[in-house]
Design a protein around this ligand. Sequence first.
Ligand SMILES: Nc1ccccc1C(=O)C[C@H](N)C(=O)O
Length: 424
Amino acid sequence: MKVTDRAYALELDKNDPLAPYRSKFVITDPNLCYLDGNSLGRLPHATVKAVSDFVSHEWGNEVVTGWSHWIDEAQVAGDLLGRAALGAAAGQVLVCDTTSVNFYQLCLAAIKARPGRKTVITDAANFPTDRYILAGIAEQLGLNLVIIDNEDPVVAENELITAELLEKYMSEDVALVTLEVIQYRSGARSDIESITDLARSYGAFVLWDASHATGAIEMNFDEHGVDLAIGCTYKYGNSGPGSPAWLYVSKRVQKELQVPIQGWFGNEDQFGMGPEFEKAKGIRGFQIASPSIIGIRGVQIAFEMIAEAGIDVIASKAAIGTQMMIDLYDEWLAPLGYTLLTSRNPKERGGHISIGHPDAAKICVALRKFANVIPDFRTPSAIRLAISPLPTSYVEVWDGFRRIRDLTESRQYQEIEGSDSRVT
Ligand SMILES: Nc1ccccc1C(=O)C[C@H](N)C(=O)O
């Protein structure tokens, strides 16, 4: 059967062990091709009940007495998320705050733990929040910020940072290297183990931003010797807009590291309320303050689902789905002037691919307006298209691709003048 036959996608759905999960999500428009689960995941039905039960039965009924069992939920949810999606044993993950706050906390902790070292490294294609925060830290502490120019195709293919490329920038002066596990724009997947090993051989820390990988691929943090990582939960994690993020600090380095925001949740004798901060043993020493319990309930529901489905099964659907996308791109989109910005090697990508087109911005608006397809646009000319393995069916992706072909052929996107949204 040819990939261009719709029956090809229907057959994949028929054999998909994850197919039953689609019905566990709120899908109000069955005709919509939602290819943006890498930006904001769909809402699980169970979350509607869990959040509403929390509000009325727990908050409403228990009021302050509820804290006796809410107090450690950042750790309980962290253990679940670590087991379900990160390959992390218990006691190393917290579900708390935002990706940006967690990033700031762990960057500073790592830099402080390498006194005398003055260099920090990241890459030009990294997500803006990471680049901006790191630049702010470098300025404040007078550090030398090295930005690998992986947007230049001569330097890197599809923005991919390899250990070989990174080695050219390494020295005994490097305190911290921070990279994305999966690049937000191109979808390039870094090799966690070789990069972590390389940085460690120079005595430097690596802080991984796994926002675009969490819930889409296997990461095996413990096995790969990862020390520091952060990420969000609202993409393939399906935990809701602005849901709490997570941080991971390996047991190996928990004692050595100290975060800059010394909040009361990180104090050993939290309710002793003494004059000085004494960092709590274990992962709680990295927590700032009261976690959003409503938010955590969304994380719990979604990551229980990921744990049940199996991250290995999820990752294999992401690989098959992105392969189907690339095959459809070859048949339908390459002839229409698109370029492929993501690797053809399934080990070098996650749940999304990225395609380039000079009119990408207009095409993205037109797809929503005329074709009932939601992709997203990333500057300067990338269209990102994702399969979120639990809620997305193969045929939803296939239909989306056919609509992209038809809309591009019709040139109807040229009617688009601009976008009235601040969000792309
Ligand atoms: N938090 C958001 C709020 C508004 C609009 C987008 C986001 C995103 O998270 C974008 C994401 N980092 C992305 O590259 O897909």
